[in-house]
Design a protein. Structure first.
Length: 211
């Protein structure tokens, strides 16, 4: 819809409204800033960047594993390499995510209207635990069988067993390689967008910014 048409008082189309909404809340200077405050270099935020890098390696190696299948990652030397790469990428992902999460907790990262950013990060952690669990029971070895059998009763006790069959490899594998990675990726993108919209929280000792 043209500016001339909109100037006559007509409501913009949904695409124009969406464009105006995004432009007003996420301008390009916030999305791709040239300069950042000095405290962005804190190790707490570096841990967050490393977490995203580990997630990229996890997804990339997981795509390769899913493409070739369990027989390949158990028998082939290249498959075992990618399996190890996937495993250690997951370990790094969780280690640095927990460091980032606890660092933001003690820094009160929800201050100054940044509660949505913090809550999305906490949800990412919870969903990632489910991703890790479904990954363990999808290994197709004795470890995965032992974990699944012992976890079955616990899941059934919560009532979730009526929806999820831990002993069903196809179901767990499908959740692990399709649904949960998409959910984690979308939440991470939303988390980064929230950071770009609201900025990085200032250190506690600085207090509120001067007007």
């Amino acid at each position: 819809m043209s500016e001339k048409t909109r100037s006559r008082g007509e409501r913009p189309s949904w695409t124009g409204a969406a464009r105006d909404f995004l432009a007003g809340r996420l301008p390009l200077e916030h999305l791709l800033p040239e300069r950042q405050p000095y405290y962005v270099g804190s190790w707490v935020y570096v841990f967050g960047v490393i977490t995203i890098a580990a997630l990229v390696w996890t997804i990339a190696s997981g795509v390769v594993l899913a493409f070739f299948g369990p027989q390949w990652w158990h028998v082939s030397s290249v498959g075992r390499f990618f399996n190890s790469l996937h495993f250690w990428s997951v370990q790094l992902f969780f280690i640095f995510m927990v460091l980032h999460l606890w660092g933001q907790y003690f820094a009160a990262g929800w201050r100054d209207g940044r509660a949505p950013t913090w809550m999305i990060g906490a949800v990412i952690f919870l969903v990632s635990i489910v991703a890790g669990f479904t990954g363990y029971v999808s290994q197709q070895n004795f470890d995965s069988q032992w974990i699944a059998i012992n976890a079955k009763d616990a899941v059934n006790a919560t009532g979730a067993g009526s929806l999820f069959n831990i002993l069903n490899f196809g179901q767990m594998y499908g959740l692990h390689v399709m649904l949960i990675p998409v959910a984690v990726t979308v939440l991470v993108v939303l988390h980064v967008v929230q950071i770009r919209m609201r900025g990085v929280v200032r250190p506690i000792e600085h207090g509120k910014p001067r007007s």
